[in-house]
Ligand binder design. Structure first.
Ligand code: AMP
Ligand code: MG
Length: 487
């Protein structure tokens, strides 16, 4: 079959692309073209997403992926989205899709409209002297982050495909020249807090209203039920605050540090996306920073909940052009309590304890944080140890609780361990003996056996760079996609 013939029957090109964002008008984007690349090698395809799009993976060939997402034989215009953003606290009006675009939007089998967004597809009016490209390593890292987070129950974008494109790129943070790739991201929306900030910068309340109605129509079904625009907008913001609080709690309990929480990296749907210099933490250290250029530790692991709150506050500036500021303030006032509610709920699951009385629940979560900060144990190792060593006998004898893995090296750690052990024991005692099996199941379905720590990523990158050997990458993918199964 010739390439052009295959294109007419390519299921990816023949999807029903909706002009959702395009219909908002050209105030919001620039129509752009993709670069053409010297080579196309499919390195990753996400068949689970094909099913979500109603496609049978067996009917979609690797060549179809390359035509659609490497050669860009298109049916619909590609849109470089316009946005600004606060980067490390400074307002930057020179942003926008500089190395990617909105490829298209498609309704999934669940009724939700999803974005296909490229990364590394060439320059746009927003490239600012950049090459518009993505390094292969950057692409591999984003694929891994999204799949790992998704498997851990974090609301995240996914990756539809990663195609190596045969160019040599120069980067300060990778040995160069380094290999190039183009990635297609699958997400709930590429509308960012910074998309609204740009409209405030240009003093366009009319466009803020238009964008807000669009966001509500597509992504906030509960807000749609309110006929009065003010009620509708406030319901949207209230739900956004809750989604962002939930997301921060998901990152924190997963032990994930996003690394660059600028307002242009905050999705208006409350979904996690854009994985650059992220890291999963090894030890529980709130001061851990993922980005080497984050000198002040602004986006440290422990700062994430507070930074999310600040970003929600920054969104008041555009929103107050069309809403009452006092209402926004009052709604944001609930952020902390919402965050703590989500955090505790997820942390209790990691401890195997779902149905505890509120007071005890708060105490054990606090005591666990205290313990993790005092004893010399890895964050994930602690929960995996708890999972693998759990015994129903712990309910009867507190001295057996994690007796082999946890040792205190100094008196403060010994005290933290004693307090934690006593409290965990009390928690187990509030449950009937028959509930111990439920505790075990909760532990093993919540705490991952494989964690995407940096050495794991470097270990799969090494054979790719030296021998173009990809199997370790696929093996790691398999393990992080099924993190609760035996390795
Ligand atoms: P990021 O750090 O990936 O969130 O990107 C921040 C901004 O820089 C966005 O406007 C990107 O489109 C732009 N950008 C990042 N890398 C490049 C590149 N290699 N070429 C052009 N623009 C880029
Ligand atoms: Mg970004």
């Amino acid at each position: 079959m010739t390439s052009s013939l295959a294109a007419t029957t390519n299921p990816l090109l023949n999807l029903d692309y909706l002009p959702a964002l395009e219909a908002l008008g050209n105030e919001f984007y620039d129509v752009v073209e993709a670069a053409s690349f010297p080579q196309h090698q499919l390195r990753f395809r996400n068949d689970a997403i094909l099913a979500q799009l109603g496609l049978d993976p067996a009917q979609v060939s690797d060549e179809h992926f390359i035509q659609a997402f490497g050669q860009f034989l298109q049916r619909q215009p590609f849109l470089a989205l316009r946005y600004h953003g606060y980067q490390f606290g400074e307002y930057n009006p020179y942003l926008g899709d500089g190395r990617g675009f909105l490829y298209g939007q498609v309704q999934g089998t669940d009724g939700t409209v999803y974005d296909f967004g490229t990364k590394g597809s060439g320059t746009t009016p927003y490239s600012r002297g950049g090459d518009g490209r993505l390094t292969l390593k950057g692409g591999v890292r984003e694929v891994l982050a999204a799949e790992a987070l998704h498997a851990l129950g974090v609301t995240t974008s996914r990756t539809l495909s990663l195609i190596e494109t045969g160019e040599g790129l120069w980067r300060g943070d990778e040995p160069s020249p380094t290999r190039s790739a183009v990635m297609v991201r699958f997400s709930r929306s590429h509308i960012r807090f910074g998309t609204f900030e740009r409209l405030e910068f240009h003093q366009r309340p009319d466009l803020i209203t238009k964008l807000l109605e669009h966001v509500i129509d597509l992504y906030y079904p509960a807000a749609r039920l309110f006929t009065d625009p003010q009620d509708r907008f406030l319901q949207f913001y209230d739900e956004l605050v809750d989604r962002v609080a939930a997301l921060a709690a998901q990152w924190m309990t997963a032990g994930f540090c996003h690394g660059v929480l600028n307002t242009d990296n905050m999705s208006i749907t409350g979904e996690s996306f854009d994985y650059g210099p992220y890291a999963f933490i090894d030890q529980y250290d709130p001061r851990f920073t993922a980005a080497y250029f984050d000198y002040a530790g602004r986006y440290s692991y422990g700062n994430q909940p507070m930074i999310c709150q600040l970003n929600l506050k920054a969104l008041h500036k555009p929103l107050k052009l069309v809403m009452v500021e006092a209402d926004l303030e009052a709604t944001l006032g609930h952020y902390q309590e919402r965050y703590l509610g989500h955090y505790r709920q997820r942390m209790l699951r990691k401890l195997g304890l779902e149905n505890l009385a509120a007071e005890l629940a708060i105490a054990i979560v606090n005591q666990t944080q205290n313990l993790l900060g005092s004893v010399n144990v890895g964050y994930h190792d602690f929960f995996l140890g708890l999972t693998q060593q759990f015994s129903p006998q712990w309910r009867d004898d507190s001295s057996q609780i994690l007796s082999t893995t946890l040792e205190a090296s100094d008196p403060a750690a010994a005290e933290a361990l004693r307090l934690w052990r006593d409290l965990y024991h009390r928690c187990l005692q509030t449950l009937p003996a028959e509930a111990m099996e439920t505790v075990r199941q909760c532990l093993s379905s919540t705490n991952p056996k494989t964690v995407l720590l940096r050495p794991e990523i470097e270990a799969i990158w090494e054979p790719i760079t030296t021998d173009n050997h990809w199997q370790p990458f696929y093996d790691l993918l398999q393990r992080i996609q099924h993190p609760f199964e035996a390795n």
